[in-house]
Write a protein that binds this ligand. Structure first.
Ligand code: DX5
Ligand code: ZN
Length: 228
């Protein structure tokens, strides 16, 4: 199981310190939300900010989520900035195969994201080419939104495909994840949990990460099977 605090919810006046807090929290990944003001109606930060933060969280895996209409111009800059994985959106349709290939050819892990209104079947043609499938649980663009429960069957479907096809992509959820919704997502089969507000808003992020991990663990269906 992976917990990935999202830097979008950090205090932007002290990003280095915030990244250090995440690095010491027990989380494995740092999630970096990149918004271009076109694919989503908001702008966050770019490769220069990611590069500046990188030395403050050396041991964390950098999970870069591109909510961008033209990711093809951003792949090399984010690799140079320290990305370990780059996630692009399935809504980019015809562009997707080339983008996935390019990320892999740059030697990085390959992620694919599916927005709440998009059918999960849109990801089907790409499942054997990805390391991670991100099921968005809010409409992307802003932190602090409420979890959309209608997304849960998509997680179950993606988990079932993974088992049936003997694939091993990670199954990530992003948006509105807190100590309640993490249980539902873990139960549905998610194994990688992005949380912005629920982790960065806490004075003690280490305790918050440990608690979220414990709840997700308790709802892991694989472990529940073992207990029977
Ligand atoms: C939404 C972003 C999320 C967001 C999650 O556009 O992709 O990563 O930062 O934030 P919370 O956990 O606050 O919903
Ligand atoms: Zn994200």
């Amino acid at each position: 199981m992976i917990i990935a605090p999202s830097l979008l919810a950090a205090d932007f006046t002290r990003l280095g310190k915030e990244a250090e807090r995440a690095a010491k929290s027990g989380a494995e990944w740092l999630h970096l939300d990149i918004m271009d003001g076109q694919f989503v109606p908001n702008i966050s930060y770019g490769p220069a900010v990611v590069a500046a933060v990188r030395p403050h969280a050396k041991k964390l895996f950098f999970d870069v989520h591109l909510m961008c209409g033209k990711p093809e111009i951003l792949l090399e800059p984010f690799v140079a900035a320290g990305a370990d994985q780059i996630i692009v959106h399935v809504e980019l349709a015809d562009k997707v195969p080339q983008l996935l290939w390019k990320i892999k050819s740059l030697g990085k892990k390959v992620g694919l994201a599916v927005n709440p209104p998009t059918a999960i079947t849109a990801a089907l043609p790409h499942l054997d080419k990805i390391d991670l499938l991100l099921v968005m649980t809010v409409n992307p663009g802003f932190g602090g939104q409420s979890f959309i429960h209608e997304c849960l069957p998509k997680i179950q479907q993606a988990d079932a495909w993974r088992r049936d096809r003997k694939l091993n992509y990670r199954l990530e959820v992003d948006g509105g994840i807190n100590n309640q919704t993490v249980a539902d997502c873990a139960h549905a089969g998610a194994d990688t949990f992005v949380a912005g507000t629920a982790l960065f808003s806490k004075h003690n992020m280490t305790a918050a990460v440990a608690k979220m991990r414990k709840i997700a663990h308790a709802h892991d269906p694989a472990l529940a099977d073992l207990k029977v």
